[in-house]
Design a protein around this ligand. Structure first.
Ligand code: SF4
Length: 432
């Protein structure tokens, strides 16, 4: 997917960086408190105070040496950021805030796991200016927490909630469904218990069997079984209706929020806004015009540290997006959102295209009622959100001939469409 280039400076080449709207910033904290959860595909290593200290100094050095646009969301994901000591997480956040042009009233999110939430860490987060915490609760059923290999039990979720609730954080819970041997009733209980606690935001993720994880191996060897597509869909539809009744509006396939509690940072991913990144395995996006560029840092703390210490930009991958890729991404990201996209947003993100012609290419899906077109707004029919992958894939296929025609007209060379692996199972940076 990525072209490897360790020498390109994405920031130097991005002429429009300083004129762009507010950016987000993602910081990958690659530590977890113990054994890796067997389903987890995120880059993380076991926490040690020594490597955490070295990591923090490296990230700060990286931030000091990077030209950074104004930021209004700062997101610490992982890994488990709260596996750091209270002093360490406080230093990372406060120092980064002093180095980067972070606006007042920025959204500052930290991912936390229940077993790492204590009074000292929470106080440190609050004092450092964190105003949003995303808690990796994952399930309220002991059997499912065990299957997932989580290090917390249900009591620990309640304990963490009690501590966090004393502070004015906007609180989000992550929940996973489609766990082997999980019944619809199990899922319903988890949902109800999460709703009872009333966090501001709930993210629901369908378990995916990421290649290279013990879960993927177990699946291949027949040691575990997925719950099946029909059950997954039933679980998703159940969650959608339960959460909606409880005043959590769905604004993205996996994300539900009380009014005005949407994640501002994550919305940047789906709406094509820019975000910069720090830390191993982190990736960023610089939108154009003239260049639309994605980049990634190596998924290896030692390599990342070595590159920073030798004064080089630690790029593992850089991809300049051509029109075909931008169009595919536009559809893949925007159609995840409940409100989809408007003609104006087509013009803003794909200025080479004629919005009416682009939308006309989607007519077969509109005729099929899979895509709704209302007052110039294009979106997936709410009842079909769970099968959005298939609809988005078809949308990309349908628009492709029109994009090719434009590319030919513009005499652009070397265009090649590559479907990026976004899906309802795709989680944006961050683990826990
Ligand atoms: S799921 Fe979270 S806690 Fe578990 S290994 Fe992955 S990043 Fe760490």
């Amino acid at each position: 997917m990525w072209d490897i280039s360790s020498t390109d400076s994405v920031f130097r080449e991005s002429e429009k960086l300083s004129d762009s709207p507010k950016y987000g910033c993602y910081v990958h904290v690659p530590f977890c408190a113990g054994e890796k959860c067997p389903y987890c595909g995120f880059y993380s290593i076991r926490y040690s105070p020594e490597s955490a200290t070295e990591y923090i100094e490296t990230v700060l050095q990286h931030a000091r040496s990077t030209e950074v646009p104004v930021i209004d969301t700062l997101y610490f994901g992982g890994g488990t950021p709260t596996s750091l000591s209270p002093e360490a997480i406080s230093r990372l956040i406060t120092k980064l805030k002093s180095i980067l042009p972070v606006e007042d009233n920025s959204e500052i999110t930290v991912e936390a796991n229940p077993e790492t939430v204590d009074n000292e860490t929470t106080e440190a987060l609050f004092e450092a200016g964190v105003n949003r915490v995303s808690l990796g609760a994952q399930s309220f059923r002991p059997a499912q927490l065990k299957t997932l290999g989580r290090r917390h039990d249900i009591d620990k979720i309640y304990e963490a909630y009690e501590i966090l609730h004393k502070y004015p954080f906007s609180l989000s819970f992550d929940l996973i469904f489609g766990i082997p041997r999980q019944s619809v009733r199990d899922w319903e209980i988890s949902l109800d218990k999460a709703i009872e606690l009333g966090p501001d935001h709930i993210s629901i993720y369908c378990l995916s069997f990421e290649s290279g994880t013990p879960f993927a191996d177990a699946l291949r060897m027949g040691a575990i079984y997925p719950v099946g597509d029909d059950v997954e869909r039933e679980m998703y539809d159940l969650a959608s209706s339960r959460l909606t009744v409880a005043d959590y509006g769905r604004y993205e396939i996996s994300n539900f929020a009380k009014p005005k509690c949407e994640s501002r940072h994550n919305l940047k991913y789906w709406t094509g806004a820019g975000y910069i990144a720090f830390g191993p395995a982190a990736h960023g996006y610089i939108p154009g015009p003239p260049n639309w560029t994605r980049y990634a840092f190596p998924s290896n703390l030692e390599e990342y540290t070595l590159l920073i210490n030798s004064g080089r930009e630690p790029l593992a991958a850089v991809e300049k997006l051509d029109l075909q890729k931008r169009s595919a991404e536009f559809l893949m990201l925007r159609l995840r959102l409940d409100h989809g996209f408007s003609e104006e947003e087509i013009t803003a993100h794909l200025p080479e295209l004629e919005p009416a012609e682009y939308i006309a290419a989607l007519q077969p899906l509109i005729d099929d009622n899979k895509i709704l077109l209302e007052a110039g707004q294009v979106r997936i029919a709410p009842r079909d959100m769970f099968i959005s992958d298939a609809i988005i894939f078809r949308a990309v296929e349908l628009t492709d001939p029109y994009i090719k025609e434009i590319v030919t007209k513009r005499k652009s060379a070397g265009s090649e469409t590559s479907m990026l692996e976004y899906s309802t199972r795709f989680r944006f940076p961050g683990g826990s």
